[in-house]
Design a protein. Structure first.
Length: 185
């Protein structure tokens, strides 16, 4: 009888652990470790299951024209925050605090950051007016998004000596077109 109780408790504990979300700092630290090993930056995105713009951004990042860019240059990590009701279990514990650490507490979703492997923030989703770009959708937002990426990868965007645009300039132009603004670069 004792043995079956122990097995039952152990089984319930393992079952519960399988459904528990990783802590937000663990998600970030894993991404930073992978980014360092692969010589990439981390694109950290705070999102929620109910957030339409979060889904639009993820969809746009996974389009055939844009996915290779994000995969080549970023380790993308998602932290689930601001869930409600029975979806609260989807949240990464400590996500709200991590978002607050990066001044995104009241920003809205999606809120994103580009972080280098040392943990330094290279860009965030705030525009010049301190408003969250979230998922860039207007021409102005796409321009700001593109400018942030260009600033991060400035050296890779230099024109070649023969005057042709670099590989990344061409790819980022496609991102601009995907998000609805063809002249973003």
């Amino acid at each position: 009888m004792k043995f079956s109780k122990i097995l039952l408790i152990a089984g319930l504990l393992l079952f519960q652990l399988n459904f528990a979300q990783e802590k937000a700092d663990v998600v970030l630290n894993k991404a930073l470790t992978e980014a360092k090993a692969k010589n990439k930056n981390v694109l950290l995105i705070f999102h929620a299951s109910w957030c339409k713009w979060c889904h639009v951004m993820e969809k746009n990042m996974n389009l055939p024209e844009t996915k290779p860019i994000f995969e080549k240059k970023f380790v993308t990590a998602y932290v689930d925050v601001q869930e409600m009701g029975d979806k609260k279990k989807l949240e990464n514990p400590g996500g709200e605090e991590l978002m607050d650490k990066y001044k995104g507490k009241d920003a809205g979703l999606p809120f994103w950051l580009v972080i280098n492997p040392k943990g330094e923030v290279l860009a965030d989703s705030f525009n010049d007016k301190n408003e969250n770009l979230g998922c860039p959708s207007t021409g102005e937002e796409v321009d700001m998004f593109a400018a942030k990426l260009k600033k991060i990868f400035r050296d890779e965007y230099q024109r070649t000596s023969n005057g042709k645009r670099s590989f990344y300039e061409e790819k980022l132009t496609r991102i601009g077109e995907t998000f609805g603004f063809a002249d973003s670069f």
